[in-house]
Write a protein that binds this ligand. Structure first.
Ligand SMILES: C[S@@+](CC[C@H](N)C(=O)[O-])C[C@H]1O[C@@H](n2cnc3c(N)ncnc32)[C@H](O)[C@@H]1O
Length: 145
């Protein structure tokens, strides 16, 4: 399946526009999401984890200690905020620009993958899920909300 580059560019442009406001817009909703994020990350036990669509890094407070976490996002403005959050929280995470529809990783690179509120905005969710299936080991888990 081919990537729809126009739709992907539109998604990137939309998140680039809202990146400066994203955390503010989400303040109320985040009150509900906090407990749920904590619960989700408590289920992740294997050490090598990929987070896709990391956004501004709202999951970082819940990353389990001692894991090797790589996190990607399509949008530079969102990723820039994630970098600031990682620094402020002193969280060790390898942050990269990337598209879940075409991941720049070898097959079976990760034990598990996590995505929160990403596949509602990714232009081709099926392509993204197929990519996660490729880069996560067959016995691994994908946690998605
Ligand atoms: C609604 S935000 C969610 C951010 C974060 N996961 C959270 O829980 O707050 C969606 C994020 O997915 C990213 N995104 C959308 N399409 C993507 C794609 N194809 N590949 C990687 N990230 C993508 C956007 O740039 C945005 O940062």
């Amino acid at each position: 399946m081919a990537i729809n580059t126009n739709a992907t560019e539109r998604t990137r442009a939309r998140y680039e526009r809202i990146a400066p406001l994203y955390d503010c817009i989400e303040t109320l909703a985040e009150r509900r999401h906090r407990l749920w994020r904590k619960r989700l990350w408590s289920l992740v036990e294997d050490p090598r984890v990929l987070e896709v669509g990391v956004g501004t890094g709202k999951n970082m407070s819940y990353y389990p200690e001692g894991m090797e976490i790589t996190a990607i996002d399509l949008t530079p403005g969102m990723l820039e905020r994630a970098r600031k959050r990682a620094k402020a929280l002193n969280v060790s995470v390898d942050l990269r620009l990337g598209d879940v529809q075409a991941l720049d990783f070898l097959d079976n690179r990760f034990d598990d993958a996590v995505a929160t509120f990403v596949f509602c905005s990714a232009p081709d969710p099926l392509l993204g899920l197929q990519e996660l299936e490729r880069v996560v080991k067959p016995e691994g888990d994908t946690y998605e909300r």
